[in-house]
Design a binder for this molecule. Sequence first.
Ligand SMILES: C[S@@+](CC[C@H](N)C(=O)[O-])C[C@H]1O[C@@H](n2cnc3c(N)ncnc32)[C@H](O)[C@@H]1O
Ligand code: SF4
Length: 434
Amino acid sequence: MLNSINISSNYSATKASIRRKLVERLGPDFNKGMNDVVRAKASSDFERLVPKEDFIIYIHVPFCDSFCRDCPYSKSVNKGNLEKYVRALIKEIEFIGKNKNNSKIRAKAVYFGGGTPTVLSAHQLSDIIGKLKEYFVDESTSITLESHPKSLDCDNLSKYRDAGINRISLGIQSFQDSVLKEMGRDYDSNRALEVARKVSEAGWNFNVDIMYGFDSETDEMFYEDLERAIQFNANHISIYGLMRNTDNKTKEAMIKRETDMYFHARKRLLDEGFVHYKINDFARDDKSINVYADLRDRIPLHENLALGTSGHGMTASAGNYLKYKSIDKYIDCIEKEIPPLSYVNCNDKEGDIVSNIFYGLNSLNISRRKFKQQFDADPVENTNDFIKHLARLGFLDITDEEVKLREDSIFEYNILFNEVYYKGIKMPDDTDSI
Ligand SMILES: C[S@@+](CC[C@H](N)C(=O)[O-])C[C@H]1O[C@@H](n2cnc3c(N)ncnc32)[C@H](O)[C@@H]1O
Ligand code: SF4
């Protein structure tokens, strides 16, 4: 287990050096990618967003009823254009779908994320899924709805099932009033308990998100929250340390405590028989793994069709691409039948290798054989210093078969990942005109 000396001496240096490495590797390439932007100008360019093999779909719903503390996701509380957004989503599916010529290919998973997808009515969700069914989805597809306890209609849960949803992810965060208040959530512990109970009693395949690391929270309060989620028979539990918009000094003081909380929770979940398959994700059994989250980062990578604003997608023909963050710009593009991409980066093998190791380690290990098959390069031998650097810093165990996060480094890697992912790399500005 990490100790405080290890953490405080390593944390800043580690973060700074990995960030430097990544920006060295990815920064210039991102810029180059931007200069080389292959901005699709005609509707036929939607063709490049059509997946060719097994794939997953992410649908971003960028609206929330209110904002919570330090939330890093792309969202707006202005719901004036929600109706238009739904219509644009349906059109986007149509524009991409009608270019698809292999009718047999079906998405393994669809994930409605946000923001807050439950700001959409069951009817709107049904319209979106109905359009997906015409091209990309069948009854074997796992379809998850990220749900907020306030807007999830828990007296009419069957409406979500009728709409085609077969998995619910509950953003409970905590069953404690003080924590919910500190986070700025607009419901109380009674509502959190009611929603978890109703979803569980209705027999859903469901996840509970629990956050930890709040000032008003004792370690025991977090462990109680975890016990509640276990008792509600959640099929899946995700635990997230609070990412703070505070300075590093304050952060460092929190890390020791959060590390202990993380490893305590992990041990409890493993003792309960849960499968630990991604840093923050635990499934009650193999069947309960979140197919979308698993396939998004695990090597071999699956193509990922990103619908709506903000997502990061990847197809064989387009390479990696980012969507516009701006809701207005997204709607405008779709109305003009232009793919709403802020950039596309088709052939950056070096950048792909480094970033896919970086994301891939979220799945705790990377098979060297599978990596070689997909990228025609060994992750250890062919990525310049990146992985060696992580290994020197003590993050990795490397064998002939795999590159694996060391058990005692899992949490530290998580902090690093969040720092780099959410703040470290400058993504292309979203103010380009279309
Ligand atoms: C898009 S939100 C989930 C859906 C819905 N918006 C909600 O809040 O219930 C995804 C998850 O991110 C986590 N999250 C939000 N803010 C966070 C923060 N500052 N640090 C770490 N995790 C955070 C929460 O657990 C939340 O459930
Ligand atoms: S945590 Fe969820 S509800 Fe709160 S601001 Fe973030 S996305 Fe919106």
